[in-house]
Design a protein around this ligand. Structure first.
Ligand SMILES: Nc1ncnc2c1ncn2[C@@H]1O[C@H](COP(=O)(O)OP(=O)(O)OP(=O)(O)O)[C@@H](O)[C@H]1O
Ligand SMILES: [Mg+2]
Length: 300
């Protein structure tokens, strides 16, 4: 079962498409990473799913109900989208109590969520004295108040130091054990790789990839071809670029961001061109390279 499905979801601001015919699915119970560079449309997609902005084309189903009836699913959704607003002169606990009263959530829930985000021992301190990481965790606590089935977290690790990032990661793993579906956005691929079991890679408002994280990571391969003479180098570059892959390298080797299976094609095409002894090595490339390769493949 899918917690979220979108079909051709689109949102323009003036002439610019922020979300452009986005079709994706997020399985229930997964930690889904929503990744893409600045301006890819991550926040706009989350705002569309939360009913904060209206699509100008396409649609979506969230927890089994259509986007056009947000009242049917929003009570089961929690969200932290962009920097949350707090009362800085009140304690973390009082901030949550105010929200619990407004939202009609049981008062006992406040202590539970403080415990979950590991803020119980600082709950009596004024929020104005919290570090960035503590504020971020308080924001997650707010999103958890309604005990949502589905949780949207927009860049929860933004601006955090490595310890803060580890703190958020551990929190996500704890939440996964409660069976919630979490859609987590980040512009840092490496950060999502650690926790996500599903990935949606977004570029210019479209999904370049949507599937199990393992499938994407398996493609994260780089072929290194020894090519000390210029003619060989040129041949390899021509074959790789002809197939739409990103090529880097220096005068000793050509590096191609592509699936490992491309090694066979490369070897065959080189043989056809008269080079039968290409030395091709398979190395694990970075996710950034993979992203660039996918972007390149997406363009004519
Ligand atoms: N309210 C708005 N008015 C006009 N343009 C907007 C508005 N909101 C978003 N956009 C534009 O839509 C595009 C997508 O923005 P969005 O905030 O969804 O990207 P993002 O993937 O969340 O980026 P980031 O990683 O920087 O948070 C951008 O070009 C942005 O300028
Ligand atoms: Mg954003």
């Amino acid at each position: 079962m899918n917690a979220i499905e979108t079909q051709g979801l689109s949102k323009h601001f003036g002439k610019r498409a922020a979300v452009d015919g986005l079709s994706m699915s997020i399985p229930a119970g997964s930690i889904a990473g929503f990744v893409g560079p600045n301006g890819a449309g991550k926040t706009t997609t989350l705002r569309l799913l939360l009913g904060l902005v209206r699509p100008d084309a396409g649609g979506a189903t969230v927890l089994g109900s259509p986007l056009t009836e947000p009242g049917r699913y929003l009570p089961r959704v929690g969200a932290l989208v962009e920097a949350p607003a707090f009362y800085p002169s009140l304690s973390g606990r009082t901030n949550l109590q105010v929200l619990a009263r407004l939202g009609g959530h049981p008062r006992s829930r406040v202590a539970e969520v403080l415990e979950m985000v590991d803020l119980a021992d600082r709950a009596r301190d004024r929020v104005g004295t919290y570090s960035l990481g503590m504020k971020q965790r308080l924001g997650v606590a707010m999103a958890l108040l309604p005990d949502p089935e589905l949780l949207f977290l927009d860049e929860p690790a933004n601006g955090l130091d490595p310890l803060g990032i580890i703190g958020i990661r551990e929190l996500l793993r704890r939440l996964r054990e409660t069976g919630k579906t979490i859609l987590l956005s980040s512009h840092l691929l490496g950060e999502l790789e650690q926790v996500a079991d599903w990935l949606v890679m977004l570029h210019e408002g479209k999904a370049l990839f949507c599937g199990p994280a393992g499938d994407l990571l398996a493609q994260r391969v780089e072929l290194v071809v020894d090519a000390e003479d210029a003619a060989r180098r040129e041949l390899v570059v021509r074959i790789a670029e002809g197939a739409g892959y990103a090529v880097t390298g220096d005068e000793r080797a050509v590096r191609i961001a592509c699936p490992a299976s491309f090694a066979e094609t490369l070897d065959r095409q080189a043989s056809e061109a008269g080079v039968t002894d290409l030395a091709i090595r398979v190395k694990e490339g970075s996710l950034e390279q993979l992203f660039l390769a996918l972007v390149k493949g997406d363009r004519p």
